[in-house]
Design a protein around this ligand. Structure first.
Ligand code: AMP
Length: 218
């Protein structure tokens, strides 16, 4: 049975970096709603136009929009053998809908891993983060002055990684996303890892947690 995984956590917890690594080692398609929305903004598509203002203000894009994106994406052939969700679900409504979508279209349970990091560390990380302007991947802070290793693009700050927007995103997380921990906590497929460690240790913990949860649920 394939692995269906959702990586959760506050903004700046390192979800994107960890999701890239786990998706690569487990051969899973990574489905990042943030990446999909940023690509839509860059392409100036109707989806991008609908999402832009909300994203730049640090709020959440409408549930119906992101649920629609994920529902379509999970029905594509490559997601049938498992998938990794990064940044979705972010509200209880999205989590309920995900249960419905999975009951209809997916096989096997959803393993949810929450990446935990204290607030002061999140602010520090988000304000120093740079992403590649071209391919959107996180640039190692030590490489911030040089071209992206993957594609040669220029490292830039995300529009929502400036201080007032960062504070708003953390407040939105507390209000709308943290309640999801309670939603998932009682399930045998919920796990947490310490995201305040260096990235390689977080990856090691995540890998171990995924392996043990799979053993217990299959
Ligand atoms: P991320 O790249 O995951 O930090 O997402 C960046 C921004 O995209 C968020 O601050 C939201 O505005 C929007 N976004 C991404 N995923 C979701 C989601 N599941 N629900 C609502 N908005 C989202």
């Amino acid at each position: 049975m394939g692995l269906n995984l959702a990586v959760m956590g506050p903004p700046g917890a390192g979800k994107g970096t960890q999701a890239d690594r786990i998706a690569a080692t487990h051969g899973l398609p990574k489905i990042s709603t943030g990446d999909i929305l940023r690509a839509a903004i860059k392409a100036q598509s109707p989806l991008g136009l609908a999402a832009k203002a909300m994203m730049e203000a640090g709020g959440l894009v409408d549930d119906r929009i992101v649920i629609g994106i994920v529902s379509e994406r999970l029905q594509e052939p490559d997601a049938q053998a498992g998938f990794l969700l990064d940044g979705f679900p972010r509200t209880v409504e999205q989590a309920r809908e995900l249960d419905r979508i999975m009951a209809e279209h997916c096989e096997g349970p959803l393993l949810v891993v929450n990446v935990e990091v204290p607030d002061e560390e999140l602010v520090r990380r988000l304000l120093s983060r740079r992403i590649c302007e071209q391919c959107g991947t996180n640039v190692d802070p030590e490489d911030a002055g040089t071209a992206c290793r993957r594609c040669g693009g220029v490292p830039v700050q995300r529009k929502d990684d400036v201080e007032d927007v960062v504070r708003e995103r953390l407040a939105v997380y507390e209000r709308q996303t943290r309640p999801l921990i309670e939603f998932y906590q009682a399930r045998p497929t919920f796990r947490a890892v310490n995201g305040a460690q260096v990235p390689d240790l977080v990856t090691a913990d995540l890998t171990a947690v995924v392996a043990s949860a799979r053993e217990q649920t299959t």
